[in-house]
Structure formats: C-alpha cells, structure tokens
Design a protein around this ligand. Structure first.
Ligand code: FES
Ligand code: FE2
Length: 448
C-alpha cells in the first residue's frame, strides 16, 4: 500500500483510506523552535482578558508555553514563564507584590519584565540576580484584553492599532472562548463563506436572525492584501444586492459584517460586529479573544446581549461548548464544526472543492509567510497608530440594482469588485473622511 493513499474510488473500501497520515505540521505546530511557532511569535496577540487579573496570578498556556499573568499592586501587568528561574516552582502560587511577583518557594522576587529584584536566601553580594532574568514577555492592555508579544525583543513591532478598535458609537465588549483543536480549524472557518449557506441555513435552518438570505450560494471574491485577505460575498434579494465584506489578516485576525442585521435598505460601508483573534494554546487547543461591537446602526435588530458576552460566552449561535450534546447534535453551530474536525485536522484526508478557495488561499499564504520567517525575511503585518490606524473593511454594503437580462451572478461579481476598489481607494483618507469618500463614490457609481 503506498504511504500516501487518501482516497478510494470503490464503495465499501474504507480499508484503502484507513492508513495513518501525518498532519501538516509545518502549518499546524506552534511550539517554540517550530517554523509555525516562530512565525506566530512575530505578532502581537491577545492572551488574556483583564477581567481574569485579580489577587492571584493566573496560569495560562499560549503557543505551547506555560505562563503566569498578573497585575501587580502598582497596576502593571506581568507575563512570566510559569516556572521559577530558581528551582522551577510554579509562579501561579506566587505572591503579588507592589512591584511584580514573589515565588512561594524561596521568595525570589521578579519584576514584570523578568528582572530579579531580590533573592532573599542568598548572600547580600550574590551575583545571581544580576546575571539572569525570569522569562518574560511584553504586554499591552487594551479595552479589556491583554495582548502579548512572545518573539525576540529586537523584532518587537509597535502594537498594531486597527481602525476597528475605535469606531464612533461602537461599544466593544471583550470575550474569550476555548476550542479543543488546532487554531487553524477555527481560523479557516472565517475564510469559508460557503459554510454559512449550509451550516447556518440549508442543513440546520437559519441560525442568525435577519440573515435568512444566506441560504443562497454567494458570489465570492477574494481581494488579496499584503497582510492577508479581504473577501466579499454577494447575494440578490429582490432589487437589492447584499455585499458582505470580511477581513482576514494573518495569522488569525478576522472581522465580519453585522451580526443582527436586516439588510432590506441600501447602505454603504457599515462596520463590523466582531473583531477576533484565534490564538494557539498549543497544537491541539486554541482560545479565541475578541470584542463584540454593539451599535444600533450596524445591528438594527438589537438582538445582541452584552450580558452574554465574556468568558467562555458570546451572544450568538453555536460558538462554545456550553450546550448539551443533544442540542449540539440536533442543531450544530460553528464550534461543533471546527472542533468536530478533530484535535488536529489531517489535510491530506480532505478533498477540497470550489467552495474551499478561501481555505486554500489562507493555507498557501500561511505557508509562504512561515517559510519567509524561517528564512530570516520580514513579512507584511498590520501596522497602525491611533492617528493613522490600520484600515479594515469588514461590514456590509447594500445596493439597489434591479435584475436585468444580463447574467446576474457575473454582474454581482463586477459590482462587488468595483465596491472593493472604492473601499481600497478610500485608504487615502482617515476616519469620517474615509467613510464619506467611500459612501459618496459608491453612491456615484451605483446611484444607491
Ligand atoms: S523555586 Fe522559586 S524561589 Fe525557589
Ligand atoms: Fe459560521
């Protein structure tokens, strides 16, 4: 039997495809020293919610590393290797001090940057504390999430400020949810607009109020960006063309359109309801961190519920483990789809089709960027400041364009690509000037 057999043309021939196959470790491994792990360590990523930080240190695991995170009594956040540099006791049992954290075992005292402030059992003139540091990482606290950079300090990028971190009138509520599977499975779900047709529509019935039209197969366009992808999917609803834009910036930041929408009137450049990152815990666990955006204009149904957004919970269908098995089976959601692929999906066993173009594009770019980092090259990554934020595009545009006797799907494709071009031309402007430019240009082009 050839080693790489992964399909059979014969009925009742499961035996032909039951051979063990290796997962694509180049893409899926995240530990230190692995190509994917070193790649991930070039980016700022959320690692905790600030609501987790209380009177005691919190043990967390990110990129296969065991860590503790805490806020010291001066209000500074520390992210340290979990095991003490002295004799490896766990700092989760440590004492939070005015400055930093003290190990419970022999009292070594660490500042938030890993500097050893005190080794109380050692002689006064002991050189130990001047010659080593506890492992530590840079952190940045923002709107209820703590971001960390776990790569080499000399490669530390500025914290990337996205425009969606400060949209006027958006109330952003942080949340975090665990998935017991490799990070890429959940991330790929956000590059797969076709799953909405089936998982959230045809197979299980509509799961998102206001988006019942998602049962129609969309016309999809992927707009490549240096940092990842923006893609759009369009559908017709009577005289309207509904265009939804998604952001997918590598490694795993994603944004989509409005969650509780009624797309029944023309609108241009409405903004996202969701900003999220899928962060690897280790090779077979991931944790999503993000914000739900609450805004009456972009979520006209107002069915969102801030009280349901937080630790292990978010206020829309099928996103966490908290349902009974019977419920999961009778009406599975996204969480069941990506965790059901197993702890580490074996891509060689898949059979990709036309609906998987986004997944294939994502894997190809991920592989290129992983290899570039391994070769010592720089890769494109989001950069932005509060004054000049990194632009994102996730959200909805609805245009009134009645059907005529031309090929409607070809027309929708032309329209969404023209709208995308206007979105990208709007990058010359900032803030409301940018939104005004996009709205007036789309209006001029399509008289919506
Ligand atoms: S193991 Fe931490 S001070 Fe000894
Ligand atoms: Fe989904």
């Amino acid at each position: 039997m050839p080693e790489d057999v992964r399909w059979s043309t014969r009925p009742y021939d499961g035996h032909a495809i039951n051979q063990p196959l290796e997962p694509d470790l180049e893409l899926l491994q995240v530990g230190s020293g692995t190509p994917g792990g070193e790649y991930f360590r070039r980016f700022w990523q959320p690692v905790a919610m600030t609501s987790q930080l209380g009177d005691t240190p919190v043990a967390i695991r990110i990129l296969g590393e065991d860590l503790v995170i805490f806020r010291d009594l001066e209000g500074r956040i520390g992210l340290l290797h979990k095991h003490c540099a002295h004799r490896r006791a766990s700092l989760e049992y440590g004492r939070i001090e005015k400055r930093g954290l003290r190990c419970c075992y022999h009292g070594w005292h660490f500042d938030v940057d890993g500097t050893i402030l005190e080794t109380p059992g050692e002689p006064e003139d002991s050189p130990i504390r001047h010659t080593i540091c506890q492992g530590a990482y840079s952190v940045h606290e923002f709107k209820g999430l703590v971001f960390a950079y776990m790569g080499p300090p000399e490669k530390l990028p500025d914290f990337p400020y996205y425009d969606s971190m400060d949209i006027p009138d958006h109330d952003m509520v942080p949340y975090s949810i665990h998935s017991p599977c490799n990070w890429l499975q959940e991330s790929e779900n956000a590059m797969d607009p076709y799953h909405s047709v089936f998982l959230h529509g045809r197979v299980n019935g509509p799961q998102f109020p206001g988006l019942e039209h998602f049962v129609a197969l969309p016309v999809v366009a992927y707009h490549k960006r240096p940092e990842g992808f923006v893609y759009s999917h369009s559908r017709r609803k009577d005289d309207l063309i509904l265009i939804r834009f998604h952001d997918h910036f590598l490694p795993s930041m994603a944004q989509n359109g409005g969650m509780f929408q009624v797309l029944s009137e023309p609108k241009v450049f409405s903004r996202t309801s969701l900003t999220k990152w899928v962060v690897p815990v280790d090779d077979t666990n991931a944790r999503k961190f993000g914000w739900r955006h609450f805004n009456d204009k972009d979520e006209v149904l107002r069915q969102g519920n801030k009280d349901e957004v937080g630790w292990e919970n978010v206020d829309f269908y099928g996103q966490s483990a908290h349902r009974s098995y019977e419920e999961m089976q009778s009406n599975p959601g996204d969480w069941e789809a990506w965790t059901g692929q197993g702890p580490m999906n074996v891509h060689k066993r898949e059979h990709l089709g036309t609906t998987d173009e986004g997944v294939a594009l994502l894997r190809a770019k991920l592989r290129r960027d992983i290899r570039a980092v391994a070769a010592g090259e720089d890769i494109a990554m989001p950069h932005g400041t509060p004054d000049k934020p990194f632009h994102t595009y996730g959200g909805d545009t609805v245009l009134r364009i009645p059907k005529d006797n031309r090929d409607d799907r070809a027309m929708m494709d032309r329209v969404q690509r023209a709208v995308a071009d206007i979105y990208f031309a709007g990058d010359a402007y900032e803030g409301e000037d940018r939104a005004d430019y996009i709205r007036s240009e789309v209006g001029a082009a399509f008289q919506s």
